[in-house]
Design a protein. Sequence first.
Length: 383
Amino acid sequence: MTIFVGLSLVSLGLWVGLLAFRGGFWRADQRFETVEGQAPEVWPPVTAIVPARNEATTIGRTVAAILEQDYPGALSLIVVDDHSADDTAAEARDAADGDERLIVIPAAELPMGWAGKVWAMNQGVNATQGDYLWFTDADIVHQPYVLRGLVGTATAKNTVLTSQMVMLRCNTFWERLLIPAFIFFFQKLYPFTWVNDPANRTAGAAGGSMLVRSSALSAVGGLEKIKGEIIDDCSLAHLLKPQGPLWLGLTTSSHSLRDYTALGEIWAMVSRSAFNQLNYSFLKLVGTLIGMALLYMWPVAAAAAGKDPSVWGLGLTAWALMSLAYAPTLRFYGLPIITAPVLPVAASLYTLMTLDSAFRHWSGWDMAWKGRSYGEETRETDA
């Protein structure tokens, strides 16, 4: 058996294993809309917390959508203006149109050791006494029934964290190529069925919409326990899962307003945190590169260039299984499943973004996001 046949067998075996033994992540069947919650006897008070930095173009629609929730219980909203250089605070107040449920507070100076977003979230937590905290981003619009559904799910399933992977924009060329792939990779990394299984240690969340039980957060020491984390949502999930069940699912009821018209915009978002996801480990980086090559690049190379029928046949089969796995996520985003075989292109770009993230870390180059530097010189205060 040649090395090329061996590599093709490994690639095919990996895809068979992922489809059969990875929690059915590829089915994309954990959906917020299909969860049957139940109305609690008393609807608990909820405080929505929106950390906002330079979000003047979207914050108004986010604030309006939160205040228009048809939630039967008490609802308040705290917008934490994280040193915005634009009119974020004014736009939030204008959208509320005098609604006294809105409070806008300016973020204090970022202390040493805190990531910017987590610091802003923490100040919102300190300003409320609600039974539940609804963390949502400043560029998300929710349908009026979303909070009622989140609380119904949380009370019915007794979850300490209930999270939605909101619909990301998927209109431009780069969004269509890369956004569904991002969702696919996230589901593969954190299989939702495993996250939702109290007996499984896997923990994950999507930061765009997270309903957290206040008492559970207090019991683990609050957000200070994850104060330096860039990937705050999954870090919070890991922190809270020992306290009780989690629930994570896809949704079409909440939409992101953030658009990515250029590859560089998505590149900057991913490279900011990709190497952090690997705990800045060289060995994990090497393993990731090898894994991505075997899973996504080798099947295409084998199918296209292999002269031995065993090589191109195995490669083509692995490519077909990959496309089959990707099809449900494409269907969820309303994209033609005939484009599923293009996934290796997106995977190659994400691999390069991860490499770039590592090189930037090692070289100390700045990684700017929302006007804040993530370079080596600021890693102590905002990593």
